[in-house]
Design a protein around this ligand. Sequence first.
Ligand code: GZL
Length: 334
Amino acid sequence: MMKKRFISTIAIAGAAAMALTACSSDPEPGASGSAAGGGGGDGEVITVGFAQTGSESGWRSANTDSMKEAFSAENGFDLIFNAADNDTAAQITAVRSFINQGVDAIVIAPIVEDGWDDVLTEAKNAGIPVILEDRTVSSPEDLYAAWVGLDFEKEGTMAGEWAAAEFGDTETKMVVLEGTTGSAPANDRATGFDAAIEGTMIEKIDSQTGDFTRDGGKSVMEGFLQNYGVDGIDLVYAHNDDMALGAIEAIEAAGAVPGEDIKIISIDAVHDGMQALVDGKINYIVECNPLLGELAAGLVKDVLAGNDVERTVYVEDQAFDQAAAEAALPDRKY
Ligand code: GZL
């Protein structure tokens, strides 16, 4: 069982407030591999290949910014960045290219969980450590050195528990906008939510992937509205804010009021999602903190320095109703 380390958002936010850059999250105090300072301990520049999923959402942009801020030259890194445009084959090709370039370490935000064994084995055989950030993989744990990310199943549970409390006692017809098929957040957010609404009167009448994009959420919601009508849908559970924002456009185009005629629960808490929550168009959002850069950079330095690292570092999330969003929005960093 992998050792886990929970880092509270408050600690991250506090550390970030002190950090030189606004959009990053400091490693927890005591982490020996802080991102700050030069190179891997001996001042050498560390060359890192970072295989990002793409640029599918506002969350992804904030995550990319956080990673680029942390893996900066002044922090002792030479970052080779690749965004795979949500194409798993392209992402695996990018990792293979990093191996061929002989980088010191590879960081991956894996688009999907499966299909990583071969290229991770190649990295291991080349003696190049791999750190996972954000999403994780189904490969054996010895094929990567550590993972820093979020507890997606808990995010789904938090969303489902709110739905159960708010709507569980009345007949509620729900449609789901799923994240990218095969991705850890889509799989785990469904698992957590479904368990939390078990035994309630919330009925999932349809579920389809919108690929975590605003356009995807809008077109899937248009389909649901055509199939079931505004009066046939009471609740939307969106696996991320971008798809929720697309659903809002579709609901308004159908002449209905999002947040009233059709309730919406979402995950991420990026700025545009939080604004929609303040505006009453979304009813509840569970946060998914994208500021993982400093923690990932600290893990890279720790691993290269031969230090012991926790194999799993979870960043804790919070959740917001409309009042909490109004209070939090002015100070949010993403
Ligand atoms: C979750 C992350 C997901 C976000 C989406 O950690 O992988 O991918 O919830 C993003 O917004 O596209």
